[in-house]
Design a protein around this ligand. Structure first.
Ligand code: ZN
Length: 358
């Protein structure tokens, strides 16, 4: 059973019950207040510094240690049709929206706080717990706000508990989205000599980007960890509304997922070699990251490492000078899906493993 209807979460329960409680409170992006309220009310009875910033929370424990480690998780979920906020256990899995992305991580953070309060965990470091809003929406998100307003000071290392199947995700690709406007001259399609068809030039640019993709889209690695770069045309369209007019304007959007070895500026420079320099609008420019050796004091040698083949908030934390990795139970393949679920065994094992890092 879970404690839906109670004013606070009962953190003395097992972790599956805590996760069930979290799933039962809807917290789609932009609608996190109810969950944040309940988390706040729950944590205020625990010893520690509790700070609320809009619908994000920080819970800091100063244990007079040398270093500070943060556990970080977003409290929002995406809206998914046909996914349920009524938790359900089937076989050895817990189903429900956010079960893997990433209320499982929040359940782990809450359980750690409770286990510290009863002396079951004796941390070797000062700890910060960061519950933040608005991760699934457009940037800037809740982490940007906390970074920009200096709430995440003095953190030596951070674990972001996104689902990684309990591997260390020690880097991620960057993302660049660029719009290119291609202009021609409109004319009657029965008499096109007087015009210039923007689609013809646009097609050449599309092929040029495809050529770039062939050059970059290959197996790459950094310190033996595999990833690949890719660039894709994700939008292409004219603004003409009739069939008998030569189009004078085409919009192309290209999305470049680039290596931790390139900065976002280098990635942009490279992409523009194929898109051309003119009429460019940058829609999204998010750095890649790789922690290199900076996590060695905080990580264990026996846990598998990977580069995440996507962009995540660890890039923003690393850029802000906080060495950070993703490390959490559950598989990203169930995230944002109606059949979202997590293995109860994996979650339980993950908890035991995470605690050894604290
Ligand atoms: Zn997530």
């Amino acid at each position: 059973m879970y404690s839906k209807g109670f004013i606070v979460f009962e953190l003395g329960c097992d972790i599956v019950t805590i996760l069930s409680d979290l799933i039962s409170i809807e917290s789609e992006t932009g609608n996190e207040k109810a969950l944040c309220d309940k988390l706040f009310d729950t944590l205020k009875s625990y010893d520690g510094e509790l700070i609320r910033v809009k619908n994000s929370l920080l819970f800091n424990l100063d244990l007079k240690k040398d270093k500070r480690v943060a556990l970080i998780g977003h409290i929002d979920t995406v809206p998914v049709a046909n996914s349920s906020t009524t938790p359900e256990i089937k076989d050895d899995e817990l189903w429900g929206r956010g079960s893997c992305d990433m209320k499982s991580g929040l359940a782990v953070m809450l359980k750690v706080i409770d286990d510290i309060s009863i002396g079951k965990i004796k941390p070797k470091q000062n700890l910060s717990f960061v519950f933040y809003e608005n991760e699934e929406g457009a940037l800037p998100n809740g982490i940007n706000f906390l970074l920009d307003n200096n709430y995440l000071m003095d953190i030596d290392f951070a674990f972001v508990l996104e689902p990684t199947q309990s591997k260390y995700s020690v880097g991620c690709l960057g993302s660049l989205a660029v719009k290119k406007d291609v202009y021609g001259i409109s004319a009657h399609s029965a008499n096109p000599k007087k015009g210039k068809n923007a689609l013809i030039e646009a097609t050449e640019i599309v092929m040029s980007v495809e050529k770039m993709n062939k050059l970059i889209n290959k197996d790459s690695s950094i310190d033996g960890l595999d990833y690949y770069e890719t660039v894709n045309i994700t939008q292409l369209g004219t603004t003409t509304e009739t069939f008998n007019v030569i189009p004078d304007h085409v919009e192309i959007v290209a999305n470049f997922r680039f290596s931790p070895k390139r900065s976002s500026n280098e990635a942009l420079e490279y992409l523009l070699e194929f898109l051309g320099q003119d009429n460019i609008t940058i829609l999204d420019k998010a750095d890649s990251c790789y922690i290199g050796d900076s996590g060695n004091d905080f990580l264990l040698p026996n846990i598998d490492r990977e580069i995440m083949q996507a962009w995540t908030d660890i890039a923003q934390l690393n850029k802000a000078g906080i060495p950070s990795i993703n490390y959490g139970a559950g598989s990203i393949k169930y995230a944002h899906k109606p059949d979202e679920r997590i293995s109860i065994d994996e979650l339980t094992e993950f908890y035991k493993s995470l605690v050894t890092h604290l």
